[in-house]
Design a binder for this molecule. Structure first.
Ligand code: NAP
Length: 227
């Protein structure tokens, strides 16, 4: 039977590219958007998909928003993200909290609600779309709250890997610098290329890694990113 993948931030950028590639790999899709205005457009491209609203600014509403389909999810892609590059930590706390909600608390809530079903099914793949800007080893280069939130998502990946059984794999990844609304026009990578690492991790076989932070090089080799 086809595996079912839930992708957050599926309406644009890397999330849309991940959705397209998962669909061509034969997975069934649950596409999460924060605004259902994208529903018709997504359905015209993915007629078999379920389009759901998940507002990652409200971690505490997630349990209710996903209750109908949480048990179906075999593959969870925590892709959605926000980048407030102008807001310094000492100047704006609202964008700090929003960054932590979207890129740490809500991914945690999604995993917490979905992982027990994966454990029961003895199968799960969780992909946390992080960034080199969340890497201490790469100098935590991201602006202000962004790097803090991504470093926290990385820490969550390591800590959860200790709790999850071998057949439920969780990994963090960096897509590289990608031409999207967030990445901007100057970025060298296409969303399709940025999505490749996520597809690899979403479709890992039973011997695949878990608890890693990985990136695909320009030569399409998989390399570890320092935490
Ligand atoms: N682009 C890069 O160079 C780059 C580099 C490293 C890591 N990343 C990571 O890759 C992931 C995808 O980024 P992208 O470049 O594709 O960015 P993007 O084009 O800006 O897309 C971000 C997605 O996240 C969704 N999102 C944001 N806040 C949300 C919320 N509160 N609730 C639900 N959805 C929300 C957006 O929905 P709306 O359309 O409704 O706003 C959009 O679908 C992010 O985690 C990002 O940090 C990107």
């Amino acid at each position: 039977m086809s595996k079912v993948a839930l992708v957050t931030g599926a309406n644009r950028g890397i999330g849309l590219a991940i959705s397209r590639q998962l669909s061509s790999e034969g997975l069934k899709l649950i596409l999460a958007v924060r605004d259902l205005k994208y529903k018709e457009e997504l359905l015209s491209e993915f007629p078999q998909a379920k389009i759901v609203k998940i507002d990652l600014n409200n971690p505490h509403s997630i349990e209710e928003e996903i209750s109908e389909f949480a048990s179906e999810v075999d593959v969870l892609i925590n892709n959605a993200g926000v980048l407030f590059s102008a807001d310094k930590l000492l100047e704006s706390s609202s964008t700090f909290y929003e960054s932590m909600q979207v890129m740490l608390e809500s991914p945690y809530e999604l995993i917490k609600k979905i992982a027990p079903y994966m454990i029961e099914k003895k199968f799960g793949r969780i992909v946390n779309v992080s960034s080199g800007w969340g890497s201490f080893g790469e100098s935590l280069g991201g602006p202000h709250a962004y790097g803090v939130a991504k470093a926290s998502l990385n820490a969550l990946t390591v800590a959860l890997n200790r709790e999850l059984p071998d057949n439920v794999k969780i990994n963090a990844m960096c897509p590289g610098w990608v031409k999207t609304r967030m990445g901007g026009e100057a970025a060298p990578r296409t969303p399709e290329f940025g999505a490749k690492m996520a597809i690899h991790l979403a479709t890992l076989d039973e011997n695949g890694p878990s608890g890693k932070f990985l990136r695909m090089s320009d030569e399409q080799e998989i390399v570890e990113v320092p935490w």
